[in-house]
Design a protein around this ligand. Structure first.
Ligand SMILES: [Ca+2]
Ligand SMILES: [Ca+2]
Ligand SMILES: [Ca+2]
Ligand SMILES: [Ca+2]
Length: 388
């Protein structure tokens, strides 16, 4: 009989095994018996009977002392005395019981052996040293970094009840970011990435489950939970659509006139969290321009005069904000944009005969100054307002 068939088959087997026949004809239904562990007290294993003197009073005894089994004195039924635990090292795994039957007012007796084999039942789920792990790692940790190495055992006494297997329960988002090999969870094949809007909705944390199962029938399992918090790293510098920008503004435009807009992007989360600041160039004293730190829009702060300065060069620094777990400015990144602003004169003014004459005059004086090496600053000053 297969061991896994269990006790229930005891009553389905119709044959009897004759194992001893000295005087009386003792027989025992089912011998040996496979007894599943944990069987309840009173569970019937088998029955001894005297074939020769059926119908007449008999008496049945165990010859060896056992506390594990009971034989019914009158009917020969063998039952379990109390639940037997296969995993208890003090519990035998098999017994050979000597059964004596007396008949005819005890004038005859005969003895047989009865074997009980204890069967391991899958009654222990795998247990691990830790049921929950809380881990924090920066997003730039290399692929193949080990997250967790599980230590699990199964107390059951036999294979496959104590065969432990590991299964990572994946969702579509974490599918390619983690790999479980046997009991070890690693990052990969894709690396962690904090800079992701879906991940932000997950509060930048993964909750992973590993099912640790045995291979008993039915299988038992334990779920291990791993919470991985990912911390942000500033990996990208702000990037502009171009390195140099050229804008123009009409002279005498009112204050706050928009001169131009610089646009930079930054791939770190929070995306495009950048600030703009003018950091250098001949933007004048007092400054002629200012930049809106959040929008990158350059506007007029003071009116400009083309005849004073016709072209400004400005350096704008673009700096990312709060892109890293470490507080700014430890890992802040920045880029610099070169901005050229041409000051234009209005068409109506520029095409005026006086203005054209003025421009010719300026060019002439400039040429003279170059020839006589007179510093440009000391050349005759012309003012639009003085003409016409
Ligand atoms: Ca087990
Ligand atoms: Ca067991
Ligand atoms: Ca950045
Ligand atoms: Ca980042």
């Amino acid at each position: 009989m297969a061991q896994s068939d269990g006790f229930v088959l005891v009553y389905h087997l119709s044959y009897a095994l004759v194992f001893s026949n000295i005087v009386a004809d003792i027989q025992i239904l089912i011998n040996p018996v496979n007894l599943p562990e944990n069987s309840l007290p009173g569970t019937e294993l088998s029955r001894a009977y005297d074939k020769d003197v059926a119908g007449k009073p008999n008496a049945y005894r165990f010859l060896n002392k056992t506390k594990d089994f009971v034989i019914d004195e009158n009917f020969g039924d063998v039952t379990v005395a109390y639940p037997l635990d296969y995993e208890d090292v003090t519990t035998p795994k098999s017994w050979v019981l000597y059964v004596r039957v007396y008949d005819n007012e005890r004038t005859h007796s005969t003895t047989g052996t009865f074997t009980v084999i204890l069967q391991d039942v899958n009654d222990n789920p795998p247990r691990c040293s830790q049921d929950i792990y809380v881990i924090e790692l920066p997003e730039n940790i290399p692929v193949d970094t080990s997250l967790v190495s599980l230590t699990c055992t199964d107390l059951d006494g036999t294979i496959p009840n104590n065969n432990v297997t590991y299964h990572l329960i994946k969702d579509t988002f974490s599918n390619k970011t983690f790999t479980l090999t046997k009991n070890e969870l690693k990052i990969g094949p894709m690396h962690l990435d904090y800079d992701n809007s879906v991940f932000s909705e997950m509060d930048f944390k993964y909750t992973l489950f590993i099912r640790v199962s045995d291979e008993g029938i039915p299988a038992l399992s334990t779920i291990i939970r791993i919470i991985l918090r990912v911390s942000r790293i500033n990996e990208h510098s702000p990037i502009g659509t171009m390195m140099a920008f050229t804008f123009s503004v009409f002279e005498n435009s009112p204050i706050d006139t928009l001169v131009g807009k610089i646009t930079y992007t930054d791939g770190d989360w929070p995306f495009n969290n950048i600030q703009y600041a003018i950091v250098g160039g001949n933007f004048g004293i007092p400054p002629k321009f200012y930049i809106e730190s959040d929008s990158g829009m350059i506007k007029l702060l003071n009116s400009v005069d083309r005849e004073t300065v016709s072209q400004y060069k400005i350096a704008v620094r673009i700096t990312d904000v709060a892109n890293d777990a470490l507080p700014d400015p430890i890992r802040q990144r920045s880029s610099t944009a070169q901005v050229t602003i041409h000051v234009l004169c209005h068409f109506a003014v520029c095409q005026h005969p006086y203005h054209l004459a003025l421009e010719r005059r300026v060019r002439h004086l400039t040429a003279l100054a170059m020839e006589t090496k007179i510093p440009h600053e000391s050349s005759e000053h012309w003012d639009n307002n003085n003409i016409g």
